[in-house]
Design a protein around this ligand. Structure first.
Ligand SMILES: C[S@@+](CC[C@H](N)C(=O)[O-])C[C@H]1O[C@@H](n2cnc3c(N)ncnc32)[C@H](O)[C@@H]1O
Length: 270
């Protein structure tokens, strides 16, 4: 067995060990609850912009983007722009790697790869910071509700020009909203790519943590994922590429992270 395979096997064993360690999983969830009480996810920046994520999920996104090599990332929920900038910077690295492999000179400002961000309220100071960021040439933003028919049409039209589409849902976290986003955007996910649904962890957090929010236990992104997968399994959904739409929860990602806001939220199109 070659050394790389040997190492991969060791890591797979680590992950299997983590997924079987009920006590460590419980401690990890307790950590997530304590972190949420401190609004921990607000503490980080990506290339200068605030990103509302736990660092473990940022690492998972990096691994997935490298694996999928998308040419379009659709992202609902922009906020301060940190995740847009992170995804755009990953696309810039993919462009750089392609150019190196092809022996070509790279024009860093030119890329076919794009991130398309949708937010109901793109605040002026956030828009200005995103539009003046060095990664801005790879970013398009649309203001409006991610489940409004005209916004969905615009996103579908944009996606039809791309080959390998990756989807991230991180806007309003109610069941109905996320379910409507899944109905609209999951079918745009390319085969082998992912539709990542953030904040599915709400289902595991104490009731009293969301008194000022419309979501909570029983009404959140995780319940929406479960309902959407139930619908996919009980009817023949066709994706935008004309092939059957089959998504499965990639448990290996949350098993290796343990700390994630997206348990059951890493959906891979198979
Ligand atoms: C959790 S933040 C996004 C965080 C961002 N993805 C990041 O990682 O830094 C949620 C965002 O969703 C937006 N939002 C809320 N309702 C929405 C809707 N109906 N359509 C689109 N965006 C919405 C909010 O304005 C807010 O900026």
């Amino acid at each position: 067995m070659d050394k790389n395979t040997e190492f991969e096997n060791e890591v797979a064993k680590n992950i299997a060990g983590l997924s079987a360690d009920a006590e460590f999983k419980k401690q990890s969830l307790e950590w997530c609850v304590a972190a949420a009480r401190h609004r921990y996810t607000y503490n980080f920046r990506f290339l200068g912009r605030p990103i509302i994520q736990v660092p473990q999920d940022i690492m998972a996104m990096q691994e997935l983007i490298w694996q999928v090599k998308p040419d379009l990332i659709i992202e609902t929920g922009i906020a301060h722009g940190g995740s847009l900038i992170m995804n755009a910077s990953m696309l810039a690295l993919l462009d750089m790697c392609d150019a190196i492999e092809a022996g070509q000179t790279l024009d860093p400002g030119v890329s076919q790869r794009k991130v398309l961000g949708i937010d109901i309220d793109i605040r002026a100071h956030n828009r200005a910071a995103i539009e003046t960021h060095p990664m801005s040439s790879r970013i398009r933003m649309i203001q409006g509700s991610s489940i409004a028919p005209e916004i969905i049409n615009l996103v579908e039209k944009t996606a039809s020009d791309y080959q390998r589409v990756f989807v991230c849902l991180d806007s309003n976290h109610t069941h109905d909203h996320v379910l409507a986003e899944l109905e609209a955007y999951a079918p745009l996910t390319s085969i082998g790519s992912y539709c990542v649904v953030f904040d599915t962890i709400v289902e595991d957090l104490p009731e009293n943590m969301f008194i000022d929010r419309p979501w909570g236990k029983g009404n959140n992104p995780r319940t929406a994922v479960w309902e959407y997968l139930r619908r996919l399994n009980s009817a023949n959904y066709i994706a935008s590429d004309g092939a059957p739409l089959k998504l499965e929860i990639d448990k290996s990602i949350e098993n290796k992270l343990l700390i994630t806001v997206s348990p059951d939220g890493f959906l891979r199109r198979i």
